[in-house]
Design a protein around this ligand. Sequence first.
Ligand code: FO1
Length: 325
Amino acid sequence: MAGAINQPVTSILYEKNMKTIILAGGVGGAKLVDGMAQIVPAQDLTVIVNTGDDFEHLGLKICPDIDTVIYTLADVANPDTGWGREHESWRTISEVEKLGGAAWFRLGDVDLATHLVRSQLLAEGQSLTEATQHLCHHLDITINVLPMSDQPAPTYIASEDDLLPFQNWFVERRWEPVVEEVRLPENVKTTPQIAAALEKADLVLIAPSNPFVSIDPILNVYPIRPMIADLPKLVLAVSPIIGGEAVKGPAAKMMRELGTEASAAAVADHYGDLLDVFVYDTQDPGPLNISQLNEFQTDTLMRDKKDRGRLAREILDYSLELLQS
Ligand code: FO1
């Protein structure tokens, strides 16, 4: 799409006051959010984050996907794991283990500060949205990071063995038990902040996060899916599957266990007619030729910060060209 627009994409977005929303889960989602934040003016960018992975651990409220997004944006994320903090130490969790506490979920010493402050704010009566705004403010994050709901909305994995809370399946059991079904809670409502952001959105981007346990939990929160489907906006998704495998995490394994092939095409199929545009990697076979779906193939692997900005810019260039055609 290079050369289609001579003006830099940032200034076009700014002039048009275009509002972009990203739906994001863990590490892949956070990387694309970071890329978008390099280009979209902060006041025009909102991230809706999965909280289906949230749980209470050692008496603290843990929100892994919110923290992955905000640590990535603040440039303090652990570069090796993608989650948790850089330059981390583990003295507290080692002592927890020594004292017979639950140490299977590893909270680092620096990361712990986030869980302490968030838990305290929630105990004082703040909503999760307010507590997240507080953390963003103190980490100098200016884009709008919103949890999908202020209500608890835990994801469960029905596996061959048992019905497991998400983190017990993902971390404690290393996503080994075969997945039979992902169980999402009923009657969870979104926040007024998200409803207002969706009303005004021009572009909705589904990040390359796990469709089943990162994105579906967001779409399951009422009325996020119908608002995305019904309002006149361009809806795009980026495939988390590259060359038939997940870049990170269990997406490909889950697809196979849930009875579909692990492919970019199957991801497009999963989102169905919610999408106007599907972005997938040049390593994957194309064209997909799905009716009513525009497809954009490019290098979607985000190896470093520069790649994140490059992918975001390509997606925005493509979207602007489509909107102008
Ligand atoms: N993932 C792990 O695989 N092992 C851990 O011990 C672990 C600890 C942890 C602590 C804080 C945090 O925010 C995330 C943490 N994660 C850990 C990652 C996280 O649970 C998952 O990657 C996400 O829930 C999936 O998106």
